[in-house]
Ligand binder design. Structure first.
Ligand SMILES: Cc1cc2nc3c(=O)[nH]c(=O)nc-3n(C[C@H](O)[C@H](O)[C@H](O)COP(=O)(O)OP(=O)(O)OC[C@H]3O[C@@H](n4cnc5c(N)ncnc54)[C@H](O)[C@@H]3O)c2cc1C
Length: 811
């Protein structure tokens, strides 16, 4: 074993081998992989080897597409067969709702360049005669589906890496990780110690244990998973003979079964409701290439339905039952990237579909390590998307929920119940008693909408406008016509202090820092000039800044801040988390309400638009920002958690005769759509530049230096390639949700980033990016947006439909 290496990849499953290969491909060849046993001996060896492109997150779907395209390249480089069977696959819908879901997936696939086709039941039967047609209402064909040999594929990755100079050490277990003062790692193994500049945790079934070596508890858990292999089936033999090719794969959502041909029989796997975690606390190091005892009773309900839907299967003998463990994160997507607070320690774990995702994970991680940026929008699988609230038992509950719903429809307005409530504010019970329907926002219960007395506070899940519609409308009208209060605890809040704070923020942010008592809005860019953040910053004193941003991205942002923090101690960062909570009041009567709560001057001149103050409000010490996301006259009031109830009570008492309404996140999102305001993670993502996003006035190119300035300047000069636009959509009873294709002159030219109904302006609204040249096509109905398979006319809005001059915010 070498004594030093640039990267030590821990784990020789399909993911570790892919990372190793991609590192060499990105130009780092002094890299090693350390494997406890033999390559594949974790969860990889007993995988069913299926692959597909479909994923709820289109950015992850794109990386799945990359993975599937990679296998031919690997075979060519190495001469090692991956055992590819590109058979295509059918997704079978048993209900109209499921078919709507497939139509949505089909629409998304279009702009990802994936080949899918919607089929009638008889067309599906034509392709897969094993199905009993009467149980299905339709299907979608995904041409990219197939399966491979897990062993051959993993070895092909490893061989390709070795050809490029990487080394692989098998029968070598990593037993500990110690960081040297220079930031490198001493990787202790059963065969000696190797010093590595970077360590990658690709430990699969042992990813938690490898994480614990550096003091972190990763939200990852293994689940038992079963599939059956049947004896030879005459129906399969006849099909192969007649058609000259294999059966397509199939997913039967109702039965929660996936199925494919294996030799002249079938493989049939289930994601059963009665699922079982494996080794919930600690994975034993001695677990070898073993299988777990099968438990057919657990999957019997799925098999029963499957046998009805595929009658030939019931007649087939079962040759083998495989039960093996593999890992999941709480939302089922991988955990990839650098770990905040642990420099030079990287994750490539919780990859539940190694043969669909392993290539993309390897590509993204290697680029991240070599270039400082993954080169894609990998938010959906960034390890930073979880916070400290994602404990081991939280993970256990969420992973079980996710596993058991893998083949269930996920509705856009569906809030999943497991492990909730996890975090609550002091107002949780009070707001629930008022009829609040709660949603999960980064582990925090947040009001979505309020059911009036006599209305049950539950969402009826649907792809269409649902039971909340009229109530959200009432909330929006209440704000626009009088005043509303909403809880805004679910923001990220930071404090930057110290003599270097201003220079530090100025270097990271595109906008100038505010004067004392003022606010600025500012994007944050990566060196490639793409959007990686969007914040409100207040200057509380010469060397004290408060900052608000997206709660979901707070670990992601902290990681970035820490990477750029000067080493001289001149800047201190404090993440408030739930140590600072807030309420926002908005609407034309909000000033009147505020005046009743303070003796300070909060008149139009005393507290101007974009002012920041510290003052007592409703008896409690508070910080106040004169800005709100509603685009109306309004204020954000921030207090320590112990004061939140007092503040809330004060607002309710003072607002009673002003027509105060309570409004939730759904109303707030509707109000911001009426102002064409973008939102982080939908419109503002690392695939867009600030000018493309229309954030021109928040980018001060006159500033001598900030990260991404050069690239931003180029974008400004060239105009970029895309433009964020807002549309008015001729929708029927379903509004856009996000990710729908945008059509122009018969071609898909972009996709919707977010949308919904603008209740005050009475319009169905959408935002999205289109090529620059098309952004000026403002003709009525010049575009179409595909909603649930139906192309609806859409027209670019040249200005926000509500208060285009911004007078209300400034009144
Ligand atoms: C029954 C079953 C069917 C499946 N079917 C499919 C399918 O059809 N399609 C699909 O895409 N996926 C499937 N999977 C999932 C797939 O197996 C996983 O996504 C994949 O194996 C994950 O690979 P990995 O490299 O992350 O983890 P692993 O394969 O677990 O690899 C981790 C490796 O790290 C090593 N290691 C851990 N700790 C250390 C240490 N301290 N020192 C040295 N080495 C260490 C382990 O020995 C192991 O070899 C299936 C899984 C099961 C169980």
């Amino acid at each position: 074993m070498k004594s030093h290496t640039r990267v030590a990849v821990i784990g020789g499953g399909v993911v570790g081998c892919s990372v190793l290969y991609h590192l060499t491909k990105a130009g780092w060849t002094d890299v090693v992989l350390i494997e406890r046993d033999q390559l594949t001996s974790g969860s990889t060896w007993h995988a069913a080897g299926g692959f597909h492109t479909l994923n709820g997150d289109p950015n992850v779907a794109k990386l799945q597409g990359y993975t599937i395209g990679l296998y031919d390249e690997l075979e060519k480089i190495t001469g090692q067969s991956c055992g590819l069977h590109r058979s295509g696959g059918l997704l079978l819908a048993d209900t109209p709702e499921r078919m709507e879901w497939l139509k949505m997936a089909h629409g998304r696939a279009r702009y990802l360049g994936l080949e899918t086709e919607l089929l009638t039941p008889s067309e599906a039967k034509q392709m897969l005669p094993l199905i009993e047609e009467k149980y299905f209402v339709g299907a979608m064909l995904d041409a990219a589906d197939g399966n491979l040999d897990p062993y051959g594929t993993t070895h092909a990755y490893a061989k390709a890496a070795r050809i490029a100079g990487a080394e692989v050490y098998v029968q070598t277990r990593v037993t500990g990780l110690a960081r040297r003062p220079n930031g490198t790692w001493d990787v202790a193994t059963t065969q000696g110690t190797i010093n590595a500049e970077h360590v990658v945790n690709a430990g699969g079934l042992w990813a938690r244990e490898v994480g614990r070596m550096v003091g972190i508890e990763l939200p990852v858990l293994a689940m038992e998973h079963m599939y059956l292999v049947t004896d030879e089936m005459p129906e399969v033999v006849a099909y192969n003979k007649e058609r000259g090719h294999e059966l397509p794969h199939a997913i039967d959502f109702k039965a929660e079964i996936y199925m494919r041909q294996e030799h002249s029989g079938l493989v049939l796997g289930t994601y059963e409701k009665a699922c079982v975690p494996w080794q919930p606390r600690t994975t034993p190091w001695e677990f070898g290439a073993e299988l777990l005892p099968p438990d057919l009773d657990r999957i019997a309900p799925s098999l029963e339905i499957g046998y009805r839907h595929f009658p030939a299967m019931e007649r087939a003998g079962i040759k083998r039952v495989i039960n093996g463990p593999f890992t999941f994160s709480p939302d089922g997507n991988p955990l990839v990237g650098p770990v905040q607070g642990v420099p030079n320690f990287w994750c490539a774990c919780a990859v539940m579909a190694g043969f669909s995702q392993g290539g993309g994970v390897g590509l993204a991680l290697s680029q991240w390590m070599v270039n400082g940026d993954p080169g894609f929008d990998v938010w959906g699988m960034d390890v930073a998307r979880y916070g400290g609230w994602a404990t081991r038992s939280y993970t256990n509950e969420k992973v079980r929920e996710n596993y058991s719903k893998r083949f269930s429809i996920r509705f856009p307005n569906e809030e999943l119940p497991a492990a909730r409530p996890q975090q609550t504010t002091a107002l949780y019970d009070v707001l629930r008693a008022r009829g609040a329907v709660m949603g999960d926002s980064w582990g925090l219960e947040t009001p979505l909408w309020y059911a009036p007395p006599g209305v049950e506070p539950v969402d009826i899940v649907s792809f269409h406008r649902s039971n909340d519609f009229e109530h959200v409308r009432a909330e929006c009208l209440g704000v626009r016509n009088a005043v509303g209060v909403t809880e805004i605890a679910n923001f990220a809040k930071y404090e930057f202090t110290g003599p270097g704070a201003e220079a530090f923020l100025a270097k990271l942010m595109t906008n100038r820092m505010p004067k004392a008592g003022r606010l600025v809005l500012t994007p944050m860019l990566n060196p490639a000039g793409k959007l990686i953040g969007d914040f409100t910053i207040a200057r509380a004193a010469a060397d004290r800044f408060l900052m608000w941003g997206s709660s979901q991205a707070q670990v992601y942002h902290m990681r970035w801040f820490e990477q750029h923090l000067p080493s001289d101690g001149s800047v201190r960062i404090h993440r408030y988390d739930m140590g600072l909570v807030g309420l926002s009041i908005a609407g034309p009567r909000s000033r009147q309400l505020l005046e009743r709560l303070t003796d300070e001057d909060v008149s139009a001149t005393g507290l101007r638009f974009m002012d920041f103050r510290q003052m007592d409000i409703a008896n409690v010490p508070a910080m106040i920002n004169r800005v709100t996301y509603s685009g109306d006259l309004g204020y954000e009031i921030w207090v320590a958690p112990e004061f939140q109830r007092r503040l809330y009570q004060g607002i309710c008492d003072a607002g009673r005769d002003l027509g105060l309404v309570h409004f939730g996140m759904r109303a707030l999102l509707s109000l911001r759509l009426e102002k064409n305001f973008p939102t982080w993670y939908r419109e503002l993502r690392p695939i867009y530049g600030p000018f493309e996003a229309g954030l021109d006035r928040f980018v001060d190119l006159g500033k001598p230096d900030f990260i991404g300035r050069e690239a931003a300047l180029r974008e400004k000069q060239t105009g970029g390639t895309l433009r964020r636009v807002s549309f008015m959509v001729e929708a029927l009873d379903a509004d856009v949700l996000g990710d729908e294709p945008i059509w122009h002159a018969g071609k898909v030219i972009g996709w919707v980033t977010s949308g919904g109904y603008g209740h005050y302006v009475g319009l169905s609204l959408a935002q999205g990016y289109v090529p620059v040249a098309l952004a000026t096509d403002v003709g009525a109905g010049a575009f179409e947006i595909e909603i649930l398979g139906d192309r609806r006319k859409a027209t670019i809005l040249v200005e926000p439909p509500f208060d285009p001059e911004g007078q209300r915010m400034r009144m």
